[in-house]
Write a protein that binds this ligand. Sequence first.
Ligand SMILES: CC(C)(COP(=O)(O)OP(=O)(O)OC[C@H]1O[C@@H](n2cnc3c(N)ncnc32)[C@H](O)[C@@H]1OP(=O)(O)O)[C@@H](O)C(=O)NCCC(=O)NCCS
Length: 220
Amino acid sequence: MKRNDIETIIEDRFHGSSCVFSAISTLQAPLLPEEEEYIHKCVLKRRMEFTAGRTASRMAMKKMGIASTAIPRGENNMPIWPWPLIGSISHNDNICLCVVADKTKYSSIGVDIEDLHRVHSELFPSIFSNDEIKILNKLHDEELAFQATAGFSIKEAFFKFQYPITRQWLGFKDVEVVVSSDKISLEIVSKAKIKNILPQYNCFCYSAKNFVVTGVFACK
Ligand SMILES: CC(C)(COP(=O)(O)OP(=O)(O)OC[C@H]1O[C@@H](n2cnc3c(N)ncnc32)[C@H](O)[C@@H]1OP(=O)(O)O)[C@@H](O)C(=O)NCCC(=O)NCCS
């Protein structure tokens, strides 16, 4: 599947959004001066990843006809989107994904990209509840790799979705996921207060040959 096909699929899930999905190496436009301060002490890999996220964000903004501006880093690494946008950024080792959308249409968005076969069973106890692990342990091979990756990824997407609204830390076991071949959902299982301040949200999952993309969004 081509890069543009994935952008189209994601833009279709987030109606009216603008997505950029591209290799980190191709997203290396110079940072704006106010963004440099966040990464001037970082190693090259992190600089490239951060630069790709900002470059992809400005490309996505351009697709929406919005002029390039800086995207500062706020509390707890949260990107600060210029009015009237919200958005979300994710990277794996090679690819950067960014989705931006109109703040008047969406309350919040979180996206994540994760490589298949990286969420090994030794990691399950720190990511999944006992109930989630019981389900995963009944699966084999490709289905296990898909569900473990999608489950982990949607939890990270949910974190990015909820943080700009709640400003609260949530651990992996504060939420539980249910994954099937065509549907993914996520439920908050603790922190009842947070549950009450979040709007109704939807989850999506797109699975490619080597990676999974997930997203969580709430419309206004
Ligand atoms: C913050 C976190 C979700 C990022 O995920 P990751 O897989 O490590 O990295 P990704 O490349 O997918 O995403 C990184 C991007 O997330 C965004 N991000 C980071 N912190 C964020 C926050 N507090 N709110 C919103 N977005 C945030 C940033 O844009 C960042 O990229 P940048 O630093 O280049 O701007 C992860 O590091 C983390 O801390 N997870 C623990 C909490 C959690 O996931 N709980 C799950 C249950 S809700």
